[in-house]
Write a new protein. Structure first.
Length: 223
């Protein structure tokens, strides 16, 4: 029986949410839109198209989407060589792998962005698979990314645990029938994560690592 430890990356394993906020804010500004950073922060974790549609609403012009997304990608790429992994992130993945869990990443990042995140994390030796935005037609909060991550290693909803930092992560996991763990490192309130389906909430991955034996990862005979 395969047990999967599925992780979101941005805001969960790597400290990037506020970099995304800044990049999206500037991309919207360049296109002539004023969008509050607070609102952008709440939308981080959605796929680019859904994020733009949700933030612009009636102001959205679909023909602008590609230009806004491209501007965000270009602006965010300026940080690629200095993305900071959270303290304890790689240690947590290695500890789970050592306990018999199959570590899988489930992220909306692709291409050079995903490569930069994995370099920052520096844990490729224990990452079994990665489910990226290229692999599914629907992103979070749809269950597709989580279901695809399970399929990559042959786990089931009952033998998988998902860790993320946004309400979109929690909703995607619960819709897939997977136990969801929230971390506060992405800047979303504990109450919002619990309301979205989190079975447990930790300050960050270091806190989760320190309390692993009392978390949903404390399953017997995983290995």
């Amino acid at each position: 029986m395969t047990h999967a430890a599925i992780f979101d990356v941005d805001g969960t394993l790597v400290d990037t949410n506020h970099l995304h906020v800044t990049a999206w804010w500037d991309a919207f500004r360049q296109a002539g839109h004023r969008v509050a950073m607070h609102d952008i922060h709440r939308a981080v974790g959605l796929g680019g198209g859904d994020l733009i549609a949700g933030l612009l609403g009636d102001q959205r012009r679909a023909e602008e989407d590609d230009r806004i997304s491209a501007a965000h990608t270009t602006l965010y790429a300026t940080y690629f060589d200095r993305l900071p992994a959270f303290v304890g992130a790689a240690d947590l993945l290695r500890e789970l792998s050592g306990r018999g869990w199959h570590v899988v990443l489930a992220t909306s990042a692709t291409g050079a962005e995903l490569d930069a995140l994995r370099r920052a994390l520096d844990a490729d030796d224990v990452i079994r698979a990665t489910a990226s935005a290229d692999d599914t037609t629907e992103g979070k909060p749809a269950p597709d990314p989580v279901e695809h991550a399970m399929g990559l290693v042959g786990s089931t909803a009952e033998t998988s645990v998902f860790v993320g930092d946004t309400v979109w992560d929690m909703r995607a996991a619960t819709r897939a029938g997977v136990t969801a763990i929230g971390v506060l490192s992405g800047g979303i309130a504990r109450e919002d994560l619990v309301e979205a389906g989190a079975a447990g909430v930790y300050s960050d991955v270091a806190d989760l690592l320190n309390r692993l034996g009392r978390s949903p990862f404390a399953l017997p005979d995983v290995g």
